[in-house]
Write a protein that binds this ligand. Sequence first.
Ligand SMILES: O=C(O)C(=O)Cc1ccccc1
Length: 377
Amino acid sequence: MAYTSSLHLSKHLLLPKPHRARPSSSRSPSFVRAARVVDGAPHVNGQSKKAPNGKVQINGAGEKGAVNGHGKKGPGVVNGKTHVNGHDRIHLSVTTGGGGQDGTGLRVAYQGAPGAYSEFAAKTALPGCETVPCRAFADALAAVDRGLVDRAILPVESTMEGTALRNYDLLLRHDLVVAQEINLFVHYCLLAMPGVRATEVRRVISHPMALAHCGRALARLGVDREPVEDTAGAVEMLRSNMMLDTAAIASPRAADLYGLDVLAHGLQDESWNVTRFLLLSKPPSPVAVPVDADAKTSMVVAHRGGSMAVVLKVLSAFSSRNINMSKLEVINNEGGVGEPRPPVMILDTGARGAPTLRAFPHVLYVDCEGAADDPLV
Ligand SMILES: O=C(O)C(=O)Cc1ccccc1
């Protein structure tokens, strides 16, 4: 069976606050070569006291155990071997830290048309930046890879739907670091051409995530749903095709930008609707994260077998170090009943020779407290 299970753990409901002392046993299982994600308290729409930002690094640590492709061996990594139960594996990590940086002079690629939520997230994270619209998320990441822009922004998780696995998968195919994380309240509106009334709407178009987040409201309206590339693109489509029987789900900002009427505010099924975006850049990270900062490290453990044993090792490695985990997502793409999913392709930058894409059926996404340069992590 192809399945995904995820366990979202509240940061403060887990273990006691980690003691910053080293664990009693230095022989704790070594399972990840960690790079860190540094992150402060929840940062929503730039309002956080401790804005998350810092560095995010994503890359393969090959059998040499290189961290983020720099060949650095973190002191907390007990060994650099890449075997879990004899199975080859790669682990990746992401570091994010405090925000509030001036974005003047920086170009940030995002998926969608002007007025998309991703564009707003970029402008919130890096005020003053120039935003560059792209047709697809993959195009935005490719633009950073090629040096056409300084950063790309990608939604990776939402409180309503959990991890956006497709985007995470995309991330793993690139050698990019996470420069910053931003959590954005997403407020959905129903927009229509001026003069159109709600009773005249037969169809609603938007980004698939927006349609999913407003599922109950749309069912009540009894309208057809049609996914399009992005929320602002949906609005643009209404406008340029003068569609009078169709509405779009998008932001109030998009309504202003394209001159559409707002038929309804707060269309989302849950009032607490926060999306987590990652701001990505080429390595090395443009943001330095002090080890003593409140930090979050994200890592990916990729392996080829013994799935439950790996999960247990990961849990026990965190537990023995008294490190709080804030996310554990287990992806198993082989075995069992149902449609098998393709393996996750990961760019291994630690391997000898040129970076190579490697396929892994089993992947764990882990977020934990602590900075990547903290020996404990
Ligand atoms: O379509 C957009 O506006 C995006 O930026 C993608 C998206 C969609 C819904 C919530 C967050 C991001």
